[in-house]
Ligand binder design. Structure first.
Ligand SMILES: N[C@@H](CCC(=O)N[C@@H](CS)C(=O)NCC(=O)O)C(=O)O
Length: 231
């Protein structure tokens, strides 16, 4: 058994974020599947917000709340201290602040648009053998997502990475949200957001991302005959 267990499902962009950081830092872990809708009672003790992911570090405690951390940002910050190389947080103070801001932008602004606006209206009805709400997803894709992508495209400004020309938590958090689009839809960043499209392809080459997306494609491939065209 690995020292660390990550609780959640691969289809969560926040679980993906932790898996990429684990991969970059060559940390071993096992993913224990915990579904939401609802989260099981035993899990709520270690996840007061009833959200995935939660990490358990068995070297600290093997049961109960001790040794567990909720929230992907807390987990990634812990992993950075635990295994500082390669560093995923810029050393310069201002650049560090910028990286945390972009991580936060991805985890809050983008997640609250793409999750409830596109991912859930398509996936959750399918899981319940109901009709997916394609109109709601189309509306989000055409009316809400573009301004966020415009902001990110201009912030990236043709560079390979968002902050200080090196891979950081900002790149990982943003790519985790953007990769969510491709799991269920044919939405493309090419055309209006070429820098972001190239950036996402780069982050998709990371080992943790590849492992996560392979698991996602297996799960969603079984559920969907073809990906949704949101226009
Ligand atoms: N800020 C949290 C967000 C985690 C989150 O929202 N996870 C979603 C799954 S992608 C969840 O558990 N949702 C449960 C619910 O909404 O009931 C983090 O970074 O880990």
């Amino acid at each position: 058994m690995s020292d660390m267990t990550l609780y959640g499902v691969p289809g969560s962009p926040f679980v993906r974020k932790v898996e990429i950081v684990m991969g970059e830092k060559s940390l071993n872990y096992e993913l224990e599947i915990v579904n939401i809708l609802p989260t099981p009672d035993w899990f709520n003790e270690i996840s007061p917000a009833r959200r995935i992911p939660v990490l358990r570090d068995r070297r600290i405690a093997t049961e109960g709340v001790a040794g567990t951390l909720a929230d992907s940002s807390a987990i990634c910050a812990y992993l950075e201290k635990l295994q500082p190389e390669p560093s995923l947080y810029p050393s310069d103070a201002f650049a560090h602040g910028r990286a945390i801001w972009l991580e936060e932008y991805a985890d809050s602004e983008m997640a609250s648009t793409i999750g409830p606006g596109i991912f859930r209206p398509l996936l959750f009805p399918i899981m319940q053998k109901k009709e997916p709400d394609v109109q709601a997803a189309k509306k989000t894709w055409t009316e809400k997502v573009p301004s966020q992508l415009d902001y990110l495209e201009s912030t990236l400004n043709g560079k390979s990475f968002f902050v200080d020309d090196q891979l950081s938590i900002a790149d990982i958090a943003i790519a985790c949200q953007l990769s969510q689009l491709g799991l269920l839809t044919q939405c493309s960043l090419d055309g209006r957001w070429p820098g972001l499209a190239k950036h996402l392809e780069g982050i998709k080459q990371l080992a943790g991302m590849q492992k996560n997306l392979a698991a996602c494609n297996k799960i969603f491939g079984r559920m969907l005959p073809e990906k949704f065209d949101l226009g």
